[in-house]
Ligand binder design. Structure first.
Ligand code: AMP
Length: 202
């Protein structure tokens, strides 16, 4: 099953994605995590991406599409995968279409996690406080100003993917304002219906 997980920063995609991974046995491919790993390893991509990421802007479409195209060829993606944080622009969505076609694969579903913008800012502040309290490292792009900028970038660049996938008939919206367990349950119901309907056809 090939799933795109769509939603603004801080909507809880990471938390929900981990649960889906455990339950469905498909890997979560987070372009943010992959880019952060590249930054840490100081690869050429990482060196190029660091300043862009720290400012809350988007890394170039070609770089992220290239990373994804290679990653999904790996063995653990054979039964499917969940894209978290990609595509983020209409151009990336088109690049993804090309990548999937080249690899004779097909997208099954786009899950949209819907969360109110102000609630996201509050969640982000809690996430920082919790991370600090636990002695962890706070992400360079986790501060209120950069976070609000990331939200703006999401609304401008990524939100247009919602009607785009809606027209294709693959979009399912989930209410991300409920509790973590309630959101998981809703996602499970949606993914089960996809599994029953289309898995095995690809
Ligand atoms: P995330 O962990 O998904 O919030 O991503 C953190 C940062 O990585 C973003 O603010 C972007 O700078 C960069 N990034 C992650 N995924 C993408 C993508 N698909 N396209 C462009 N930039 C991305």
């Amino acid at each position: 099953m090939i799933v795109i997980f769509l939603g603004p920063p801080g909507a809880g995609k990471g938390t929900q994605a981990k649960r889906i991974v455990e339950k469905r046995g498909i890997p979560q491919l987070s372009t943010g995590d992959m880019l952060r790993a590249a930054v840490k390893a100081q690869t050429p991509v990482g060196l190029q991406a660091k300043a862009v990421m720290d400012s809350g802007n988007l890394v170039s479409d070609d770089i992220v599409a290239g990373i994804v195209a290679e990653r999904i060829k790996e063995k653990d993606c054979r039964r499917g995968f969940m894209l978290d944080g990609f595509p983020r622009t209409l151009n990336q969505a088109e690049l993804l279409d090309g990548i999937l076609t080249d690899q004779s694969r097909e997208l099954d579903i786009v899950l949209e996690l819907q969360v109110d913008n102000e609630a996201l800012v509050e969640r982000m502040k809690t996430r920082i406080a919790d991370t600090k309290a636990a002695g962890g490292d706070v992400r360079a792009d986790d501060n209120e100003e950069t976070f609000r900028h990331r939200l703006e970038v999401y609304n401008r660049e990524t939100a247009p993917l919602i009607p785009h996938y809606g027209k294709k008939g693959v979009l399912f919206a989930v209410n991300g304002m409920k509790s973590i367990d309630a959101v998981s349950l809703e996602i499970d119901i949606v993914l089960d219906s996809v599994k029953d309907g289309v898995e095995g056809l690809h």
